[in-house]
Design a protein. Structure first.
Length: 177
């Protein structure tokens, strides 16, 4: 069965978002929100977290609509790519958080973690790192940049950035241990 309705024009709606048309964003959400939620849910395996990812995706779609380049792909694909990348970034951050929490040790009283990550010890340990290495860690674990993105941003070879991050994490573990 073919529909007589015209196809939804994602590109035109992104262009309208770029000009500040909030209703265009709302129409994009109505058209694709459920689909993007499905993508995020499949990746993060949790509905509430997936909803947060989709919320962040639409904020990014709104704020970066002007950067969409139709020569690089479809508008709909661009939206799905943003959502997928945010979900994957969440998973990477979550894995790092779990790894750091495991290094910090179990929470003795079962409440909020008051350990080294929240006591200021982490800050003191970070201060012991060389500034460029500390900057790489912050970009990777706080700002969510990939090693390749960090290498490009600071103008260092990818292998160097990977080694700095790996060695700096080892130094943090030792300092926090």
């Amino acid at each position: 069965m073919t529909s007589s309705l015209p196809a939804f024009d994602h590109q035109a709606h992104l262009a309208a978002c770029a000009s500040g048309d909030r209703q265009a964003l709302q129409r994009l959400y109505q058209e694709e929100g459920a689909h993007l939620l499905g993508v995020a849910r499949r990746l993060v395996k949790d509905t509430a977290l997936a909803e947060d990812v989709v919320h962040d995706a639409f904020i990014r779609i709104w704020t970066r609509a002007a950067t969409f380049d139709p020569a690089r792909g479809s508008a709909r694909g661009w939206m799905f790519s943003i959502t997928r990348h945010l979900a994957l970034d969440f998973l990477r951050r979550h894995e790092r958080d779990v790894a750091l929490e495991d290094q910090a040790g179990p929470d003795a009283d079962g409440g909020e973690m008051e350990g080294p990550l929240h006591s200021g010890r982490l800050g003191a340990c970070l201060e012991q790192l060389e500034p460029v290495r500390r900057n790489c860690l912050v970009q990777a674990y706080v700002e969510g940049f990939s090693h390749a993105q960090i290498a490009q941003r600071i103008g260092a070879p990818l292998g160097t950035v990977k080694a700095w991050v790996r060695r700096s994490l080892a130094a943090l573990r030792e300092c926090l241990g």
